[in-house]
Design a binder for this molecule. Sequence first.
Ligand code: ADP
Ligand code: MG
Length: 333
Amino acid sequence: MLLNELGEFGFIERFSEKYFHKPLKDGFLGIGDDCAVLPEDAKRETLVSTDLLIENVHFIKDEIGGFQLGKKSLAVNLSDLAASGAEPCASFLSLGLPKNTSVEFMDEFFKGYAFLSEKYNCPLLGGDTTKSPENLVINVTVLGKAKKNAKKLRSMAKPGDVICVTGVLGNSAAGLEFLLNKNLKRDENARYLIDYHHNPQPRVLEGMFLASLEGVNAMTDISDGISSDLKHIMKLSQVSAVIETDKLPISKELEENSNFGYTQKRQFALSGGEDYELLLTVDIKKFAAVNEAYFKKFGKKLYQIGTIKNGFSDEIFFTENMFLTNGFDHFSA
Ligand code: ADP
Ligand code: MG
């Protein structure tokens, strides 16, 4: 059997169920969520997440440049801590480097990495460096802290919850389209979207704040597109979901871009991925208070895009029935 028959998540499910099915000790949480959880003491937990970035799969080296690549490598990991509501505390970085990599490029890489590491008080504590035959390979692991029972998991959604996101969707996927399709003209608007793709903002403070509010149930970050990331919530919470397609938040910059039609823009927003906004479900009775507290703190509102429903379904229901493609899957792409 080939990997593309299983898909990325079918593959992960297969090996985890086959070889790592033994129940974990009390308080531990393993494969399946944005972060793993390790209990620390009666009051606190350590959360851990890791992500791999490979040249020409996750980034085009000459397009992104060293500084943005360093920043993005840490940002996508911090986003998983944010998704669980954890406070970052340390990172580890492993590099596979082709021998002809320029030292100046790596200086820029570390400048970008250090910039974000300082911004979120998340020092680099170790890693590994090896040669790589051809492509640049980057693996980052981050550790964070959360109060016991304060973390948010994909398994915590409840029927009736409001589904919301912390920001606009689809800019990153539209930016990637400009990088991959050389026939598209790179005007100012295109450069804005490309920058969005290269420069994700992990919602660390937002995640920590939202996790502290009563009524916020499940949370995840949008790395593969909501059409995939919401399904993880549905599966682990054993619920279904309706998305109101006309409520998907699309930026002015993407809406104004004439290279893409209405449907493709919604497609970017649903399935494009790499937005790194947070996707959360909130008790409908507490939603107004949560949204108000969030607005007071950050000066921006949550975007309400749908509702969690009773009973498990492995497909999302959309109010407009034309965008049924899946989110990003490494082995189907
Ligand atoms: P995220 O997008 O939040 O980084 P993924 O959706 O990629 O998470 O991964 C789903 C889950 O599978 C996560 O809990 C992740 O830790 C786990 N996972 C993915 N690949 C592996 C692997 N090779 N070994 C163990 N766990 C893995
Ligand atoms: Mg994640």
